[in-house]
Ligand binder design. Structure first.
Ligand SMILES: [Fe+2]
Length: 264
């Protein structure tokens, strides 16, 4: 990455940290999101604790099914981006999409290395490919296991919701209801992997990358949400509604995965 870009990213990050404290309405919504059952679902807790009939089989099932959702993630970003009027807001999404392709700036690389994560594990590698690395490390043959109805239903409903809703609802769903909460969910998954498999860190770096250093996506979306909330009186309610819809869809998926894990 060019030096000028690195300088830009660093100053932008500093700005984010300063501004995030100035958007109490949006922060209050993330507090509500954090209390939703999608975040600390019994399925996630059981994956982490191993309190399931076959913890390893359950984790393998998660790897197969969740790939069905996460492989569509760039499409969700593109869909929400297309609803935004502001060039600055669309610019945030363009950066987000660039990071989804694996392009990391110097500050992120430094943060990763402080955590013991080598740049070579992640630099230039699209996030869906990082997820496939995790799935392959578990020894899963991609073609051997079909996607279940629950994940097909989840990703289709989420995409059609994003396509049909307002910009405010879309930001609520994608920013507050998704980007700002996945770090909490992925900590359960990381614990499950560490406790119940012998995978090395490189193999499951997808989760640590999103849990520990990828908060910037959420921060930028919260800023977009706050700007939209200023534009019209009803927008904050729409942001809230979109956030809850995304969380409800995720919780429904976890319900189905929990039932599958119980049958393993
Ligand atoms: Fe990602």
């Amino acid at each position: 990455m060019a030096a000028t870009n690195c300088v830009f990213n660093k100053s932008r990050r500093d700005l984010n940290r300063m501004n995030i404290l100035q958007i109490p309405r949006t922060l209050a919504l993330t507090d509500i999101a954090y209390e939703h059952r999608a975040i600390h679902h019994p399925y996630l807790q059981a994956l982490a604790s191993g309190d399931l009939p076959n913890p390893q089989a359950a984790l393998e099932d998660f790897a197969i099914q969740y790939q069905g959702y996460t492989s569509w993630f760039p499409n969700y970003l593109t869909c929400v981006m297309s609803k935004l009027q502001s060039e600055r807001h669309r610019g945030y999404f363009a950066e987000n999409l660039d990071e989804e392709k694996g392009h990391l700036d110097a500050e992120t690389v430094q943060q990763l290395e402080q955590l013991g994560i080598a740049e070579a594990w992640v630099q230039g590698i699209p996030h869906p490919v990082l997820f496939r690395r995790f799935r392959n490390a578990l020894g899963i043959d991609a073609h051997s296991k079909p996607l279940c109805h629950a994940v097909i239903d989840w990703r289709q409903k989420f995409r059609s919701m994003l396509q049909q809703c307002s910009a405010s609802e879309a930001i609520g769903a994608m920013g507050l209801g998704t980007e700002s909460i996945v770090k909490h969910i992925y900590r359960y998954i990381t614990t499950a992997i560490q406790e119940h498999t012998d995978l090395c860190r490189r193999d499951y770096v997808f989760f640590e990358l999103h849990s520990e250093v990828d908060d910037e996506h959420a921060e930028l979306m919260m800023r977009v949400a706050d700007d939209l909330a200023d534009e019209a009186p009803g927008n904050l309610e729409q942001i809230h509604r979109g956030m809850i819809k995304a969380l409800d869809l995720r919780a429904t998926f976890w319900d189905a995965m929990y039932a599958r894990a119980g049958e393993a």
